[in-house]
Design a protein around this ligand. Structure first.
Ligand code: 9WO
Length: 253
């Protein structure tokens, strides 16, 4: 996969590519990152990337010309590496919230381009003319699209075949099935009287698997009930969840 980025702060991306799973995937050539700075495509002496917003008011807007030139050059560079039609994504709070299933779909593409806005955003005509998809990482505002783009890069890259070893993938599977992850513990077994649940120490794989599934179901039910609403539970899952619901009703009494 080739990931293209348009950003006036290219050095920020060192953070995502220099550690952990993403760094390892980069060394293994599972993906390549091409970052283009639109400021290098300005044609005035001051290298102006932004200007006043029409209609007045606070904030500046990123100009369309350097963005279009930078995008054309990025697409050209990606074409040289075999990407014919990259998906162009603009990260903004106005976008649809990113879900795990769309991240998995992106990871199967040969190329994506992430456009990172700064200031008050980019000229709307650039979005109309070039952007396939506007995406948000949640209902909050940050100073620019770079950090959201890095989250998306991390999330896509870990889904690439070969990016994770089998141990790392297991953790992932638990969110893949649409449920929240279960609690985790390591040594010591007793920390100042706080003990590890006995099921996990039983050594019985069936008991452990059922306990984890039950914890996942219960956590999802308590913290994110909307995730269960559009999910068809198996007979085993319903039994495990109902058991927890009754157990906690008894406790309340
Ligand atoms: C800046 C600004 C300054 C003065 C008056 C109004 C203003 N609005 C903004 C603004 O929202 N800037 C955004 C910064 C423009 C697009 C890029 N930026 C951004 C992306 N902030 N937060 C995101 C983002 C992206 C994806 N998911 C969550 C947040």
């Amino acid at each position: 996969m080739i990931i293209g980025v348009l950003s006036i702060f290219p050095e920020m991306f060192d953070a995502v590519i220099s550690s952990g799973i993403v760094a390892r995937a980069k060394s293994s050539d599972l993906f390549d990152l091409i970052i283009i700075n639109p400021r290098d495509y300005t044609e005035d002496n001051y290298r102006r990337i932004d200007d006043k917003t029409f209609g007045g008011g606070a904030g500046m807007v990123m100009k369309i010309e350097p963005l279009e030139l930078a995008l054309a050059d990025l697409k050209q560079k990606m074409l040289q590496k075999g990407v014919e039609k990259p998906l162009v994504i603009y990260l903004s709070p106005q976008g649809k919230t990113i879900q795990q299933k769309v991240v998995n779909d992106f990871a199967a593409l040969s190329g994506v381009i992430l456009v990172c806005g700064r200031y008050e955003g980019v000229d709307e005509r650039f979005i109309e003319r070039n952007v396939d998809l506007e995406l948000s990482i949640g209902d909050f505002v940050v100073s620019g699209g770079e950090l959201p783009a890095m989250l998306l890069i991390d999330s896509m890259v870990r889904q690439l075949p070969g990016a994770m070893n089998s141990l790392e993938s297991v953790v992932n599977d638990s969110f893949m099935n649409g449920l929240l992850d279960c609690p985790h513990y390591t040594v010591p077994r007793d920390y100042e009287g706080s003990v590890v649940p006995q099921e996990l120490l039983s050594g019985n794989h069936k008991v452990i698997a059922e306990w984890r599934l039950q914890q996942s179901l219960w956590r999802t039910y308590q913290r994110r009930p909307e995730l269960l609403a559009d999910k068809q539970l198996t007979n085993q899952q319903s039994r495990l969840l109902n058991e927890m619901i009754s157990r906690n009703k008894i406790k309340e009494k």
